[in-house]
Design a protein around this ligand. Structure first.
Ligand SMILES: CC(=O)SCCNC(=O)CCNC(=O)[C@H](O)C(C)(C)COP(=O)(O)OP(=O)(O)OC[C@H]1O[C@@H](n2cnc3c(N)ncnc32)[C@H](O)[C@@H]1OP(=O)(O)O
Ligand SMILES: O=C([O-])CC(=O)C(=O)O
Length: 377
């Protein structure tokens, strides 16, 4: 069989077919199951959007109520998971802890090895509820605060903020967080979703696939960029520097600016439009637009100098900071949302599976190379 070398990083390669998410990177269009992200951000909720991703259609009122009830009922963690959260060093990063805890969850999941459609859906409810709980609980445990029980009357977004902060969130904070969850829920064959599908395609279980996806999300070229963006803003602030001059110097040193550029979008990332607005509005409501103002200056300069657009991670940094969320929770919060998309992709992969196993272009020593005995080397 003849082979064809793909471009580095598989740029532009169509690696699977999927009915979950469609992106037009030139026009700046993102849609879940054909529905435009702007409409979902304005009119939907995380629960409704997740239903759409998993079941391929918008739910009617009864279906949404049932879905919401099942997701809230899945907010349970085996005590052994809480033991793990208590036993790791308090300076472990929440992303390390989340990756390890999700792997451990599989041991306590009754459906662990069952890759049937129905078992995958059951496990998706549990993983979606549990990932949010793990992120919130570990943050409280590492800070020496008492853990907060889940509240089944609250939405996914409100319950996360409740379990994180130990106080009922405002409507503004809840809605802003819910929109952030909708915006991050899926993005076609991004690196972490591709990783999840590769693992799932060996017919490994969904926990293995999601553990792999969390590992892929962690990197600063992917989900880790939201934390790296905020570290940049803090560094500029600490130095008392002009943001434009600071970034100009970074360009001179050939450094990348986190939160800019995208493999697929060659125009505005439609999610950044909402996060930019939220960053400004939340700043105004909180009485300071400092992080927004700094971000905006950087955005305009990077656009002018490099023609690079802000991606989803850029304004999520100032948005989360203004919501009072710690920097090392940003990427775990990406996972709190993206589990909905990862789960949809694992379900789709298992429903119509074939092993994913591409080829490598060999560039090593010519065959046959001589084996030299160790005594002669
Ligand atoms: C949720 C998400 O994953 S969104 C992406 C989050 N990641 C980031 O924000 C990290 C910063 N951005 C990047 O590293 C890249 O833009 C990526 C990884 C997102 C996309 O990567 P690719 O499509 O492979 O583009 P690549 O890294 O090859 O960059 C192409 C050119 O643009 C430049 N470039 C791309 N992004 C940036 C950036 N953020 N800052 C400065 N220059 C950049 C590169 O240096 C390169 O220039 P060159 O051709 O002169 O060498
Ligand atoms: O699609 C990508 O490559 C990265 C991204 O924006 C996402 O995962 O949300």
């Amino acid at each position: 069989m003849s082979t064809v070398a793909a471009p580095k990083g598989l740029e532009g390669i169509v690696a699977t077919s999927s009915s979950i998410c469609w992106i037009d990177g030139d026009a700046g269009v993102l849609s879940y199951r054909g529905i435009d992200i702007h409409e979902l951000a304005q009119r939907s909720t995380f629960e409704e959007t997740t239903y759409l991703l998993w079941f391929g259609k918008l739910p009617n009122a009864a279906e949404l109520a049932d879905f919401t009830k099942k997701l809230a009922a899945a907010r349970k963690l085996d005590p052994k998971i809480i033991d793990l959260l208590r036993s790791v060093p308090t300076n472990a990063t929440p992303m390390q802890v989340l990756r390890t805890a999700v792997s451990l969850l599989s041991i306590y999941d009754a459906d662990e090895a069952d890759c049937s459609h129905d078992a995958n859906v059951r496990k998706s409810y549990r993983l979606t509820a549990q990932i949010a709980m793990i992120v919130a609980l570990f943050d409280r445990i590492r800070k020496g605060k008492p853990v907060v029980d889940a509240d089944p009357t609250l939405s996914h977004a409100a319950n996360f903020l409740w379990m994180l902060n130990g106080e009922k969130p405002s409507e503004t904070a809840t809605r802003a967080f819910d929109i952030a969850l909708i915006l991050h829920a899926d993005h076609e064959l991004n690196a972490s979703t591709f990783a999840a599908r590769v693992v799932a395609a060996t017919l490994a279980d969904i926990h293995s696939a999601i553990t792999g996806a969390i590992g892929a999300l962690k990197g600063p070229l992917h989900g880790g960029a939201n934390e790296a963006t905020m570290r940049l803003l803090y560094a500029i602030d600490k130095a008392g520097a002009d943001p434009v001059e600071y970034v100009r110097q970074m360009f001179a040193e050939k450094k990348k600016i986190s939160g800019f550029g995208h493999r697929v979008y060659h125009t505005e990332d439609p999610r950044a439009t909402h996060l930019r607005r939220m960053s400004e509005e939340l700043g105004k409501a909180a009485g300071s637009t400092k992080w927004f103002d700094m971000s905006r200056k950087i955005e305009l300069f990077v656009k002018q100098e490099k023609k690079l657009n802000a991606n989803v991670d850029f304004y999520s940094a100032s948005t989360y900071t203004t919501l009072g969320i710690d920097i090392d929770l940003f990427t775990p919060i990406f996972a709190v949302s993206r589990i909905s998309g990862w789960a949809a992709h694992v379900i789709e992969q298992h429903d119509d599976n074939r092993l994913i196993r591409p080829r490598a272009e060999y560039v090593g020593p010519a065959y046959p190379a001589t084996y030299i005995p160790i005594s002669e080397r």
